[in-house]
Write a protein that binds this ligand. Structure first.
Ligand code: SF4
Ligand code: SF4
Length: 409
């Protein structure tokens, strides 16, 4: 049931249409129902009982990247993304998740055990291609080209506490599923940079998927045990910060957990305390001056703003400032750096025809900079960008990987 506060958001829409032009989905579709304004009006009609939850409405509701561009551009302050997430919950409450999503999310919540040795070559790809057989691609590449699962779980590869002599700081590190299963190199770079700067790192081994993909798909009930477990593990006051290097996980811990719990009638005090401690790795690293520690990394770098870092968490300057500190690494701002890459988690698999158009523009802007590196703090964006690059010789990385390289890691 949508709460009164969110339900009343629909009356804040003055139908000005300012949200239309910046919406990446509307730009591809150019039809009112696919615009943020169109979706808000459809939701209003449903809530007022003038429209039914038809198949067509559900298709339109889920044709959205949840990129929050509409929310930050709305002059009435309407939280369009909150409204659409609440409506998705209403829809899934009534009709349930598709079988494919249910299976995928059962893996993420631990309700369904992963197959024996999921890290052997091809095992993870087999699961994904079985679930999404037709659209089993990341960008233009089939899964088996783009996804290279870790040899073993990152959480199993590292110690729970990584001590340093005379620590200058102490953090908890929330790794997220992408680092744990697919991109252990980012996890290793994060630990390496923090350790070299003299920060003790604690990586709670029992941490679970942040649950945001499940919430975004409309099933907060299924995500709830993960949320409660993560809040219990990470709400600690004996650390400087809870650092996160995945934009979506950061958005979960910082912004969405208190909101989800409030909407579900759960207590929010611990989630609110945790959200105060959460920092993107780039924000935390800005407190160090790196004086004389950084070695040259020759090349040119451009930076793509992940939606969940820029709009959900307000992090824009920190990753750029860190990259600019690296000697002999020229920073080149691309056009439209803040525009969604078109990935949107599983959006690219469900709506490849819309996703392709959005991503093509992003790739053009990246390649026009002549960069040798494109850095971004979101695993889904890295997958989408690397799967669609046209030119060779461009490396897709997390900013922390370039810092680790510059520090000699
Ligand atoms: S910008 Fe806000 S007020 Fe204007 S049409 Fe869009 S949702 Fe409505
Ligand atoms: S969240 Fe993004 S894709 Fe969805 S309606 Fe708003 S601007 Fe468009």
């Amino acid at each position: 049931m949508i709460s009164k506060t969110i339900r009343e958001e629909v009356y804040n829409c003055i139908k000005c249409g300012i949200c239309l032009t910046p919406c990446p989905v509307y730009k591809q579709r150019l039809m009112e129902p696919f615009s943020p304004r169109g979706k808000v009006q459809l939701i209003r009609n449903i809530l007022e009982g003038r429209l039914n939850l038809s198949e067509n409405f559900i298709r339109i509701l889920f044709t959205c990247l949840l990129c929050e561009t509409c929310t930050v551009n709305c002059p009435s302050g309407l939280k369009v993304d909150f409204l659409m997430k609440a409506m998705r919950t209403e829809v899934i409450d009534k009709f349930g998740l598709s079988e494919e999503k249910k299976v995928l999310f059962e893996f993420l919540t631990g309700q369904r055990p992963l197959p024996a040795n999921p890290f052997r070559e091809g095992a993870l790809n087999n699961i994904l291609t079985a679930l999404f057989p037709i659209k089993g691609k990341a960008g233009t590449d089939p899964f088996n080209k783009s996804l290279h699962p870790n040899g073993q779980s990152f959480l199993n590869m590292v110690s729970e506490v990584i001590k340093v002599p005379q620590p200058k700081g102490r953090v908890l590190y929330f790794t997220g599923c992408a680092t744990n299963y697919l991109d252990g190199a980012v996890g290793r770079a994060t630990v390496d940079v923090l350790s070299r700067l003299g920060v003790e790192v604690i990586i709670p081994k029992e941490q679970l998927c942040c649950g945001l993909p499940i919430f975004f798909a409309g099933d907060p009930k299924m995500a709830l045990p993960n949320i409660l477990k993560n809040v219990a593990l990470f709400n600690r006051q004996d650390v400087d910060a809870v650092v996160v290097e995945c934009a979506t996980c950061g958005a979960a811990l910082k912004k969405e957990y208190p909101h989800i719990l409030r909407e579900m009638g759960e207590k929010t005090d611990k989630a609110l305390a945790l959200s105060q401690k959460v920092m993107d790795i780039s924000q935390y690293l800005m407190r160090f001056d790196f004086g004389g520690m950084l070695r040259p990394v020759p090349g040119r770098v451009t930076y793509h703003d992940p939606c969940h870092l820029l709009r959900s968490q307000g992090v824009k300057n920190e990753p750029r400032s860190l990259l600019r500190k690296i000697p002999e690494l020229e920073f080149a701002e691309m056009d439209g750096a803040d525009v969604c890459c078109g990935g949107g988690g599983i959006f690219q698999w469900e709506h490849p025809e819309i996703s392709e158009g959005i991503t093509a523009r992003k790739i053009e802007n990246i390649e026009n900079t002549g960069a040798t590196f494109v850095a971004t703090g979101c695993p889904s964006c890295r997958l989408q960008i690397s799967g669609n690059l046209k030119k060779d010789g461009l490396e897709v990385v997390h900013p922390v990987q370039l810092l680790a390289r510059s520090l000699g890691g």
